[in-house]
Design a protein around this ligand. Structure first.
Ligand SMILES: [Zn+2]
Length: 260
């Protein structure tokens, strides 16, 4: 019998991808999301990114062309959420499909009478439980602005969420985390946001979060990394739970970076 333990396979795969130091420094300083990382976090991301790029396929489609710089951006962004978790959290999928811009996805469903229907939807990102992450490059590039929108983090949050019970806003919590504390923080915030959106009140979070608890978790994940101060200001209990789940504190990171 032949087998290759995961750790070994990972090191072997990662060895094939070399990241140029100048390209890494360029990305680190030009991407605001990475600029506030501590030296230790940056080093860890620098280690994880080639491993990720060695393990996953990044497939441009529909005329999209991706060079080394673009692939590096995708790799680093993808590794940010699991910086203090592990690449194992992405083991259930293999590739990222990249369209140049928004794409039309056809979804089929069967109604109660057994008839099959198809709907077309214009999307910028999509993640299925058994399948690739699909994203629009145009929207990945928007990661250069810290505005709370980050399609890659959004779709990867769905993937993390799907690791337990499907994409319902309850990812696999770590030992020591309280399911009840998570549920009550998220439920209160979700209901508050739904009420505000229904009442036409302008919200700090993208109103798309009110589509479902699963979308709420994905949108809150974007906010956690991009605009942690707004998320904390609006829903501190949710921020605290996210901090425990992602094992990162982007707000503290920003404060420290501002002082230095
Ligand atoms: Zn979504």
């Amino acid at each position: 019998m032949f087998f290759l333990p995961r750790g070994l396979r990972r090191r072997w795969a990662a060895r094939r991808i070399e990241i140029d130091d100048a390209a890494w420094q360029d990305l680190r300083t030009s991407l605001p999301l990475l600029a506030s990382l501590t030296a230790q976090e940056s080093l860890r991301l620098r280690e994880l990114t080639p491993q990720f790029l060695g393990e996953k396929a990044i497939d441009p489609v529909g005329g999209c062309v991706l060079g080394e710089r673009e692939r590096l951006l995708i790799g680093a962004l993808a590794c940010l959420p699991i910086l203090n978790l592990s690449l194992d959290y992405y083991d259930s999928w293999y590739s990222i499909v990249v369209y140049p811009g928004g794409f039309v996805a056809r979804h089929e469903y069967v109604d109660e009478a057994g008839a099959v229907h198809a709907t077309d939807a214009e999307l910028v990102g999509e993640a299925w439980s058994q399948g690739p992450v699909i994203i629009s490059w145009e929207d990945v590039e928007a990661a250069y602005q810290l505005d709370g929108f980050n399609v890659l983090i959004h779709e990867l949050a769905h993937k993390l969420d799907m690791l337990a019970e499907g994409a319902n806003g309850m990812p696999p919590l770590h030992a020591g985390m309280s399911r009840q504390a998570w549920s009550s923080a998220f439920m209160r915030a979700y209901e508050d946001l739904c009420e505000k959106v229904e009442g036409g009140v302008e919200t700090a979070l993208d109103p798309y979060a009110t589509e479902s608890p699963g979308e709420f978790f994905a949108v809150v994940s974007e906010a956690f990394f991009e605009i942690p101060q707004l998320l904390y200001g609006e829903y501190p209990e949710v921020y605290e739970q996210m901090k425990l789940f992602y094992r990162q504190d982007p707000l503290q990171r920003l404060r420290l970076a501002a002082q230095s």
